[in-house]
Design a protein around this ligand. Structure first.
Ligand code: CP
Ligand code: NVA
Length: 335
């Protein structure tokens, strides 16, 4: 499997075998990390730029730790500390960074921005989240599912909430490619866009998976293996969205009733950060304003399934390491 030089912008661009290769490489790198192996020789002397136009805890830390574990240097460009988009175009930025760095991570707004960066950089560009897609998150989610269930094919995966944004879109793509049965459980207006659904249905047909759009919570989650949710208002969306989202999506909160309707072995997953209590500034503010104690998931569910949720957060690092390693020329066989 030769992925050297490839960009990592959306999993639409990768075959099921290539995605499985990323997962195998991630698992091997995780094992090495756990055994204390030093892998700094693999990419020593290389440097990566990490551009974040939106905030991050997991993705930034995962890229930094993973790069350092592989011997690379990192430069972090924060949401306010560079010229990008304000005084310098994306194409010019890509040209400059491509001359200094061996790879570039970008987290920001439209997918077209990361695509433009990739077209002009001359080095691999990795999407660390855009409005439309969150592909590195997908590898962590699938690695975690594989760790809990062994086999991905045939698993029943239900995503609840705003299914037409980065998480809903990306999960539908990866499930369709890897043969899972994906259900988007949401009010109709939050269903993923028709063209993408059709594309995913075609991939699902080949992989033995399926794509379902379902408004009824109990129908959707019956016998589910994985119940997944995400925040109701994403980074960069206007504050005014909260009122409408809370009204529309409260019936789609992940509660114990939902989990009890799922399979006996079901796990709950969340890309994080999550509003499961009022211990955050925004959570407290919105809780007081709208009169609730949690949002997309109850604290009871979150605490009960904390182990798989945080396993998945850890897997961000192992999978991001695999993405950088593979696209910078490290092969699984050489580990
Ligand atoms: N899941 C995720 O991308 O987390 P961060 O926003 O903290 O990077
Ligand atoms: N949909 C969320 C995902 C965060 C990891 C957002 O874009 O803010």
């Amino acid at each position: 499997m030769d992925l050297k030089g490839r960009h990592f912008l959306t999993l639409k661009d990768f075959t099921p075998d290539e995605i499985r290769y990323f997962l195998d490489l991630s698992a091997a790198l995780k094992e090495k990390k756990k055994s204390g192996a030093d892998l700094t020789h693999l990419l020593r002397g290389k440097n990566v730029a990490l551009i974040f136009e939106k905030t991050s805890t997991r993705t930034r830390c995962a890229f930094e730790v993973a790069a350092h574990d592989l011997g690379m240097g990192t430069t972090y460009l924060d949401p306010s500390g560079s010229q990008i988009g304000k005084k310098e175009s994306i194409a010019d930025t890509a040209n400059v960074l491509g001359r200094m760095f061996d790879g570039i991570e970008y987290r920001g707004f439209g997918q077209s921005i990361v695509e433009e960066l990739a077209e002009n950089a001359g080095v691999p560009v990795w999407n660390g989240l855009t409005n439309e897609y969150h592909p590195t998150q997908m590898l962590a989610d699938m690695l975690t599912a594989r760790e809990y269930f062994g086999e991905l094919k045939g698993l029943k995966f239900v995503y609840m909430g705003d299914a037409r944004y980065n998480m809903g879109n990306s999960l539908m793509i990866v499930c369709a490619k890897l043969g899972l049965h994906f259900t988007a459980c949401a009010p109709k207006k939050y269903f993923p866009e028709g063209g993408l659904v059709a594309q995913c249905e075609a991939w699902a047909k080949e992989s033995g998976g399926s794509v379902t759009l379902e408004e009824d919570v109990m129908k959707a989650t019956k016998g589910a293996d994985i119940v997944y949710t995400d925040v109701w208002v994403s980074m960069g969306e206007p504050d005014e969205m909260w009122t409408e989202r809370i009204a529309d999506l409260t019936p789609y909160k992940v509660t114990m009733d939902v989990m009890n309707n799922a399979s006996e072995k079901a796990i709950f997953q969340h890309c994080l950060p999550a509003f499961h209590d009022l211990k955050t500034k925004i959570g407290k503010e919105k809780g007081e304003q709208f009169g609730f104690e949690d949002m997309e998931v109850t604290d009871e569910v979150f605490q009960k399934y904390a182990k798989p949720v945080f396993d998945e957060a850890e897997n961000r690092m192992h999978t991001i390491k695999a993405v950088m390693a593979a696209t910078l020329g490290v092969e699984l066989e050489t580990l």
